[in-house]
Design a protein around this ligand. Structure first.
Ligand SMILES: C[S@@+](CC[C@H](N)C(=O)[O-])C[C@H]1O[C@@H](n2cnc3c(N)ncnc32)[C@H](O)[C@@H]1O
Length: 207
């Protein structure tokens, strides 16, 4: 089942929790930059004048037509305070220098702008990291716990306004949703979610 989940990732699926969170923060007219967009599968959430899909130029890009700008997130070619929202999905844990990338994200965001970082949970990050040596892809995976993530956000002038590790598990059942909400507010529950949850979502507001 778990292997199934890992195989499932990155195959053009639009995840409901990702759509929900993007729709929650976006409204027409806000300028949005996606980092590491891949096939830019969430493009249609945004007005075409508001959204830029970016990625680093690499042999792994499946559809170059979907990418509006190529650059390394360590060096973002936009002026200071250009965007209201910068987001990425499943990207932070493949960045070689997440701290440098977040300093760039912070620079190009307006004050009060949001960085929406939708990433895999620690246990999935660890699983993917274990496969690095045997993988034919030249990609290194990093593992972040909540503390690491919070400190990278803080170091780069972000106040965390949302941190959730249960989204993927909240299925269409009110009872399961309530149970998961109870779990995430206590230490043991959070450890369980960290072990079995697939996603971690963090939103930082630029100070
Ligand atoms: C796991 S894929 C996720 C792709 C896409 N966001 C999705 O949800 O399908 C990670 C993406 O991060 C990009 N990436 C890796 N390092 C990067 C960097 N330094 N700057 C910008 N993008 C980077 C990769 O090219 C790849 O598209």
């Amino acid at each position: 089942m778990r292997v199934g989940i890992i195989k499932y990732m990155g195959k053009g699926i639009k995840y409901k929790h990702v759509i929900d969170i993007l729709e929650n923060y976006y409204s027409k007219g806000l300028k949005v930059l996606e980092i590491g967009a891949g096939s830019a599968r969430y493009r249609n959430i945004f007005d075409e004048n508001d959204y830029i899909a970016s990625d680093i130029f690499s042999p792994y890009i499946e559809d170059h037509d979907e990418i509006d700008a190529y650059f390394d997130s360590e060096n973002i070619p936009f002026e200071d305070s250009t965007f209201d929202i910068v987001f990425c999905v499943g990207v932070l844990f493949v960045l070689n220098n997440a701290n440098k990338s977040l300093s760039e994200v912070s620079r190009v965001l307006k004050s009060g702008g949001k960085f929406i970082c939708i990433d895999y949970s620690k246990h999935i990050q660890r699983k993917l990291q274990k496969k690095d040596k045997s993988s034919s892809y030249n990609i290194k995976h990093y593992v972040y716990n909540d503390k690491d993530l919070i400190s990278i956000f803080n170091n780069n002038n972000f106040k965390i306004v949302f941190l959730d590790i249960s989204r993927y598990l909240v299925i269409n059942s009110r009872w399961k949703g309530m149970l998961l909400n109870l779990l995430k507010y206590n230490g043991v529950g959070r450890r369980i979610l960290n072990k079995f949850g697939v996603w971690r979502v963090a939103v930082g507001e630029k100070r």
